[in-house]
Structures are given as C-alpha cells and as structure tokens.
Design a protein around this ligand. Structure first.
Ligand SMILES: O=C(O)c1ccccc1NCC(=O)[C@H](O)[C@H](O)COP(=O)(O)O
Length: 283
C-alpha cells in the first residue's frame, strides 16, 4: 500500500507549500550520503579522540542572565550569504570577521557551514576555532549523527538542532549524541507545536527563530511570545532579524538571555564598531 501522498489521491486538496527548509533538508540528505561514503562513521568516531576539548558554549550564555540584572549576550554569526538576502558580504574573510566579533564583546560565535544555500564551509569553522578563543557553534541543518560527529572533529563546541527538521526521536537522539561528545546543543524551533519535543529532548539552551520560512518575514514578537512559554531555567536565544540597539534592549527587557545575529552585522563596513553599538558598548 502506498503511504506517500500524491496530488491525484487528493484531487482538489491543497498540498502544504514546501518551505526553503524542506528544500535545504533534501540537499542535506544527499550531502550526508556522500560524506558517509567518504569517511565511514567508525573512522569519524576514531577522529573524535584527536579533537581539542570543547569550550563551554552554554556556560558563557548562562552566566549573569538578564533576569539577574546581567546584559543580553551576543552569539555573533559568520554568514556570507543566505536564501533571504543573497550575498551579504562579498569581501568575506571568516577569521578576520570572527576576530572583530571577539574584540567587540561577543560571547560566542556561530559559523554557517552549509555551502549550497549560505556559501558556508566547515573549513571556516576549523580556521576560526584555531584563531579565536570564543566557543563556536556549527550552524547547519543537522539531520544525521555523521554531521554531529563531524562537527566535533572540526572543533565545534556546540551544534544547532532545528526541531522543524527532525522527528522528536531524532531530536532526542542527536541531542544525546552532542552531549556524549562533550558539546552543547542549541535547540531551535519556530512552530509552537514543536515546543513539547524541544522540552522533551532535555534542551537547556533553546532558540526561537523570528523568521517565517514561508514568507521570510521577521517578527521579534514571536520569540517574546515563545519565551513566555518556556521554563525559567532554560537559557533562551532570540534568533534572526535583530538589527538595532533598540531591538537588543527590547529583548533584554523581556528577559531574553542571548541574541543570534548575522545579517545586520555582516553587512556593515566596520563589523567591530557595529557589534559594539549593538551591545551598547559605545554609549
Ligand atoms: O537567513 C536566512 O535567510 C535563512 C533561510 C532559511 C533558513 C534559515 C535561515 N537563516 C538561519 C538563521 O537562523 C540565521 O542565520 C540566524 O538566526 C541569524 O539571523 P540574521 O541575523 O537575520 O542573519
């Protein structure tokens, strides 16, 4: 019996429109098959032993939280291009950008490693990890254990897991694997219906994306609303569309612990100065 749906089976029914995330995940499945053939899982697991110990990604974000009077923290993203913006920075030197973020007061770094849609690379993460002391997140669309182990081997201190890309079981399994390898996991969701799976996997660092992937529209109110639904002990990250000091102050006033910011900083001529302005360090 066929279990997949086809338009002819449901004549007149409206198929849900595929999001950019569906398209990205389809490409990831092909990438994982190629990567597994190139470096088998057992070999990759052997390589983990040579990886430097993970730096505390969660620890820095959990210290002195806004609810205790501390400032909102910055996870600064190294992002050359995106599906919503196209090329953000043609003049792209990942290590120089990471150094500028570190000098300007970022708490952690996020490095896009997806090539087809973001022009990222795992090589950028390797280079940044060697050159800069801050904890580094592998920002990609992880759907398989091979990618999580590969992240650790490359030097990642944390991985992003997106609830919309994974079943609740996969989410729990990849979260457990990240922990087993000594990494932290930033568990992201957009759809309120995925909140239960995020909490069930044991996430203590949770991000909510403000970008609607059907329309690419940004609504900072989305993360404020979701933040109210989460237990106070969860360290909360607002993701996407944060542009100004006023945005940062708004999130801090809501008790949000950290912001993940890429595009609005990457598009600036002086990244360090823009980062300081976002953190209120020029005031
Ligand atoms: O940035 C996009 O266009 C995008 C499209 C499809 C899936 C994910 C996408 N972004 C990933 C992110 O979560 C952002 O890179 C991150 O939150 C930083 O956002 P921003 O400050 O708006 O660059």
């Amino acid at each position: 019996m066929a279990i997949g749906r086809s338009p002819s089976q449901f004549a007149g029914a409206v198929e849900p429109m595929a999001t950019i995330l569906d398209k990205i995940v389809a490409v990831k499945r092909e990438e994982v098959a190629v990567a597994r053939a190139a470096v088998p899982l057992a070999e990759l697991r052997r390589q983990v032993a040579d990886a430097p110990p993970a730096r505390g990604f969660f620890k820095g974000l959990a210290a002195q939280r806004p609810r205790d009077g501390g400032p909102i923290k910055l996870i600064a993203e190294v992002k050359k291009a995106s599906p919503s913006a196209g090329v953000i920075r043609a003049d792209f030197d990942p290590v120089a950008i990471a150094r500028a973020y570190a000098a300007a007061g970022a708490t952690c770094l996020s490095v896009l490693t997806d090539a087809p849609h973001f022009q990222g690379s795992l090589d950028y993460l390797r280079a940044i990890h060697s050159a800069v002391d801050l904890p580094v997140l592998r920002k990609d669309f992880l759907i398989d254990e091979h990618q999580v182990i590969e992240a650790r081997v490359a030097g990642a201190d944390a991985v992003l897991l997106i609830a919309e890309c994974l079943s609740p079981t996969q989410l729990a399994d990849l979260h457990g694997l990240a922990k087993e390898l000594g990494m932290d996991a930033l568990v992201e969701f957009y759809e309120p219906t995925n909140l239960a799976a995020v909490l069930a996997c044991g996430a203590r660092l949770v991000g909510v994306n403000n970008r609607n992937l059907h329309t690419f529209q940004i609504d900072l109110g989305h993360c404020e609303q979701m933040h109210r639904e989460l237990p106070a002990e969860v360290v909360f990250v607002a993701e996407s569309g944060i542009r100004t000091r006023a945005d940062a102050e708004r999130l801090q006033a809501a008790g949000i612990d950290a912001m993940l910011v890429g595009e609005s900083l990457m598009g600036q001529a002086d990244i360090a100065m823009a980062t300081k302005a976002l953190l209120g360090a020029n005031a």
